[in-house]
Design a protein around this ligand. Structure first.
Ligand code: PA5
Length: 442
């Protein structure tokens, strides 16, 4: 289960101050549990670990098996924001970093940017593969995935013919609304529904995450079990509740210590996309009404040789939240060398992970000395079960933290601003007046 250790903050905050914020976090916890706070029509994620029907997993497995029987070796998963980051995080964390298992389906992501080079290079891979596609958009109207899907759809239809292309396409979208829903119905695609009461960034345990994760060969049942066990722990109200502790401390550091930036730290490259998923979850949930902690992420020890300098000695605006993985899954021991030319014999017989742990401890002490408080969040190992637990932990803690901060965790009004300008500049029908206005400004 997820553990939260606040000892790395003890020299920065006093007990009374912390107790005060725990009180505020417990009030926010009550709001989340009473379901009477802002955005309370988007709380479906809370019970997903216990009320997701197994048929969503078995239907996903049936699609995977059907596609494998057709020889599919590449699935292009198209989506942006909450419609891809959870699945990408899980797949990057669980996959071998260099070797794809024989007979597995490679999952790649598209529709999360508008780069022509990205799409062209993706199509280079598509052209040498046996391809299927999953297109995900809750609203069914988002431009980035729509553009990518138009291109992949045309390719599939030209290569396999219209009816085989339809069998190789799954749409995950709203039950009734949106262009993607209309298109999927018209073309006869298999579809899954994104529940109305679950927002994009809280949707990793819906078909948005389930289908891509199952296609990549991972165990969604174990992930839901981890989330369910974590949920059971988080439902117990009290000062020791991990979400309450995390929400209380991060808001204290933000409001009382001027720590406007939270840096999520990992010491395992498999967790790079945990940082990306977490940034979206917290950034979109809390950054509004001119408030919020700016979520950043780093990969250590890699980034100790880059932004580590800033964290140690730059502007004192940040605190760190370190995601600590207690056990490595594999074993690599450093050997002894008779000549010792590299002078590394003092490490002979040690596991590489021991060096990683000592780097983490040394960094923790140095950063605390440098004025950077540290929250530590631990899981036992990187597997489906623990990923389910950490997904649920961060979602639940985000709800508590945003209510403590006094913002609606479940809306994202700010993401519309760029879209209006982009549509006007692209001369989308209906935006003529804005086009006129905008052209005067540039
Ligand atoms: O968390 C959110 O709600 C957003 O990040 C959405 O997931 C993102 O904008 C994609 O939206 P949609 O699934 O409607 O295409």
């Amino acid at each position: 289960m997820v553990k939260v250790d606040l000892k790395g903050c003890s020299t920065f905050v006093n007990e009374a101050e912390y107790k005060n914020y725990v009180g505020k976090a417990l009030d926010a916890f009550d709001t989340l549990q009473a379901e009477n706070g802002a955005g309370n029509d988007f709380l479906g994620w809370k019970s997903l670990p216990v009320d997701t029907p197994d048929s969503l997993i078995s239907d996903s497995e049936a699609i995977r098996d059907d596609w494998k029987a057709r020889g599919v070796d590449l699935a292009v998963v198209i989506g942006i924001g909450g419609s891809y980051l959870g699945a990408r995080c899980a797949i990057e964390a669980l996959s071998h970093q260099f070797v794809r298992p024989e007979g597995s389906i490679q999952v790649v992501f598209a529709g999360n940017n508008l780069s022509e080079d990205y799409l062209a290079e993706l199509m280079d891979l598509v052209e040498r593969s046996n391809v299927a596609c999953v297109v995900i958009s809750k609203s069914g109207t988002t431009t980035e995935p729509a553009v990518a899907f138009r291109i992949v759809k045309e390719y599939l239809e030209n290569k396999y013919g219209k009816s085989e292309a339809a069998v190789r396409t799954v749409a995950i979208t709203d039950a009734k609304r949106g262009a993607l829903k209309t298109l999927a119905t018209q073309e006869g695609y298999r579809t899954f529904v994104v529940p109305d009461n679950v927002g994009g960034r809280y949707s990793v345990l819906t078909p948005v995450g389930i289908l891509p994760i199952v296609l990549a060969g991972f165990d969604m049942r174990a992930m839901l079990k981890g989330a369910a066990d974590e949920r059971a722990e988080l439902l117990v109200k009290g000062e020791e509740n991990a979400a309450v502790k995390y929400a209380a401390m991060r808001n204290l550091l933000y409001s009382e210590q001027g720590k406007k930036v939270e840096v999520l730290v990992n010491y395992n490259p498999k967790f790079q996309y945990l940082g990306e998923w977490w940034k979206q979850l917290y950034g979109e949930s809390e950054g509004k009404d001119q408030k919020g902690i700016f979520p950043a992420s780093v990969n250590f020890t890699t980034d100790l040789h880059s932004v580590g300098q800033f964290i140690q000695e730059g502007d004192r605006v940040m605190f760190e939240t370190v995601v600590n993985v207690e056990k490595a899954q594999r074993s690599v021991v450093i050997g002894s060398d008779a000549q010792n030319l590299d002078q590394l014999n003092y490490l002979a017989g040690k596991h590489v992970e021991h060096c990683n742990a000592m780097a983490a401890l040394g960094t923790k002490l140095a950063h605390i000395d440098g004025g950077v408080p540290q929250i530590e969040i631990s899981i036992e190992k990187i597997d489906e079960y623990n990923l389910g637990a950490i997904f649920y932990f961060f979602e639940f803690a985000c709800g508590v933290s945003a209510y403590l901060l006094g913002v609606n965790p479940f809306n994202q009004p700010g993401v519309e601003a760029y879209k209006k300008n982009m549509f006007a500049l692209l001369r989308k029908p209906g935006y003529e007046a804005q086009t006129e206005e905008i052209l005067k400004r540039i």
